[in-house]
Ligand binder design. Structure first.
Ligand SMILES: Cc1cc2nc3c(=O)[nH]c(=O)nc-3n(C[C@H](O)[C@H](O)[C@H](O)COP(=O)(O)OP(=O)(O)OC[C@H]3O[C@@H](n4cnc5c(N)ncnc54)[C@H](O)[C@@H]3O)c2cc1C
Ligand code: SF4
Ligand code: SF4
Length: 489
């Protein structure tokens, strides 16, 4: 073969090699830019911006997204895959069953999800500047320091240049792949807005130094993560979840809530906030706490402060995480950074994570979480008075709240004499949010898809409350309002 011919053959070979690669690259799914949120994202206004679509894993969106197709209805099957069994939906606790001798004082699996052992109270040890006592960061840090994982996905504050002079930088979520204890500590504190937690998926897949991973996330992000975790090529995966409800769509919406709703004039002093069991918003500032009763917030502030995705969410207690941390089922003793949190261990991996933190003397485990009181009556009356529900059923949404002194008296009376406590308070909060969200998806998607998009336990809760006349009235009022709106179009 002549030299010329050989060179020609080599050139043809090289060309076809390049073409193959160009075609392979062209067929790679294109990540969607966050700037196009929510319109350009497959779940549109119901997108919780979990981050999956901002990576090449966007190709898996149909099976992973918590808001497309069967959405959160997929949690039932996923529980079997992750925990080896589904939650015991027959264990659902109702106050009326107390008369039949059932013990309703501890967390039921049906509502709180699969449990390896009963839900416990817990505190982080020596973890400063966390949201509460830092149970989450204590576990994550212990896992990294013990060499059980190579990296931790957690949500730090945004460190973008444009944000550095912004006193509200604390509230801008930025997912990071933390490989050092210092980086894990950057995750401390809740940033009160949707966070694209999964936008680090490609980084994880391409980083050969990561064989063992700990993923921290809220329910919608964990659901999407579980759908794709096997494609990351990892040897070990641990998932540490938090409870989550009513997140703000953006940090700016959260700031607006603090200014217009809570009437905070000096935003630069704020370090975090939480909706507490005493029916008050507690705002953590650089020099203490500011509280405001829920009843003194204008009703109109609710809709812009809550992301639409969170009105279609049925995984408050993060059913697919190995361990879940929250506060709503714990007694509120004084300040956030001194009060107990709750710890739900769902499986053997979760148990290992907790043991690792205990061995490192970073975690104190208290008693089994308990509660008292009827949760159903308050759930029904809260949903009937909820301003988002009022808007759905064509009612008047109050533009101003009660005077603060009056709101404080009402919060005192309700939390001391009416509201259930501990685990039963958590049941109240879960049921109220499920009912409100059912009404939202009924309005948005209709009854068939609503039933499809709810896990079994949520459908069971809805059907129980539909025996109540107040809830039935809301449901039919919503249908009438929906028809009237459609006729006007
Ligand atoms: C948006 C949101 C709403 C919540 N609502 C409730 C509720 O209604 N009831 C309840 O019982 N518990 C709720 N929680 C959980 C609770 O606020 C605490 O996160 C939990 O008790 C852990 O506290 P900690 O001190 O152990 O956390 P820390 O040790 O301070 O760690 C904070 C953790 O939160 C993660 N995080 C921070 N911001 C975000 C974000 N925007 N999205 C996802 N993860 C984030 C960090 O990665 C870190 O892992 C919510 C959490 C979030 C993120
Ligand atoms: S919620 Fe996540 S998976 Fe669903 S559309 Fe939004 S970014 Fe994509
Ligand atoms: S409330 Fe649900 S949808 Fe909203 S951020 Fe939390 S887990 Fe996601």
């Amino acid at each position: 073969m002549s030299m010329m011919m050989m060179m020609c053959l080599c050139a043809i070979g090289l060309l076809s090699f390049c073409l193959e690669h160009v075609m392979a690259l062209a067929s790679l799914p294109s990540p969607i830019s966050g700037e196009g949120w929510p319109e350009k994202f497959p779940a549109k206004e119901h997108c919780s911006r979990c981050g999956l679509c901002e990576t090449t894993f966007v190709s898996r969106v149909k099976e992973a997204c918590a808001f497309l197709g069967d959405g959160m209805g997929r949690v039932d099957d996923a529980e079997m895959k992750v925990h080896g069994r589904q939650r015991d939906t027959a264990s659902m606790a109702w106050s009326e069953n107390k008369d039949r001798g059932e013990d309703l004082s501890t967390a039921d699996e049906a509502r709180f999800g699969v449990m390896h052992e009963p839900m416990r109270l817990a505190k982080g040890i020596g973890m400063r500047d966390a949201q509460w006592t830092g149970v989450v960061t204590s576990i994550a840090l212990s896992m990294l320091e013990a060499g059980k994982v190579d990296a931790v996905v957690c949500i730090a504050n945004s460190s973008e240049e444009s944000n550095k002079s912004n006193p509200q930088a604390w509230s801008y979520p930025q997912p990071i792949l933390a490989k050092t204890p210092e980086d894990v500590l950057r995750g401390r504190g809740v940033k009160p807005a949707l966070s694209p937690s999964l936008n680090v998926l490609d980084e994880i897949k391409n980083d050969k130094s990561i064989r063992k991973l700990l993923f921290c996330g809220v329910g919608c992000a964990v659901q999407a993560f579980r759908a794709v975790q096997d494609d990351l090529g990892l040897e070990e995966v641990y998932v540490l979840g938090t409870n989550c409800v009513d997140n703000s769509p953006t940090p700016e919406a959260a700031q607006n809530f603090l200014q217009e709703g809570v009437q905070i004039s000096e935003l630069e002093r704020v370090r975090g906030y939480e909706f507490m069991q005493d029916f008050k918003v507690h705002v953590k500032t650089s020099d203490g706490y500011i509280t405001r009763p829920y009843f003194s917030l204008p009703g109109t502030v609710a809709a812009p402060s809550i992301a639409t995705s969170c009105l279609a969410c049925f995984d408050y207690t993060n059913g697919l995480a190995d361990v879940v941390v929250g506060y709503m089922g714990a007694p509120l003793d004084g300040k956030m950074d001194e009060s107990y949190q709750t710890l739900t261990i769902r499986n053997e991996r979760g148990s290992q994570m907790v043991e690792t933190a205990k061995d490192a003397n970073r975690l104190y485990i208290g008693d089994v979480a308990t509660g008292t009181g009827n949760h159903e009556q308050l759930a029904t009356s809260t949903v009937a008075a909820d301003s988002i529900v009022l808007e759905m059923v064509g009612g008047d949404v109050p533009t101003s709240g009660m005077p603060v002194w009056m709101g404080n008296i009402l919060a005192f009376v309700i939390s001391n004499y009416v509201s259930p406590k501990g685990v039963n308070f958590a049941r109240y909060s879960i049921d109220y949010h499920i009912l409100r969200n059912y009404l939202h998806i009924l309005q948005e998607w209709g009854e068939d898809r609503a039933q499809q998009a709810m896990p079994q336990y949520a459908a069971d809760i809805v059907s129980h409350y539909l025996q109540d006349e107040t809830v039935r009235k809301l449901q039919s009022q919503l249908q009438i309002t929906k028809q009237e709106k459609e006729l006007k179009r």
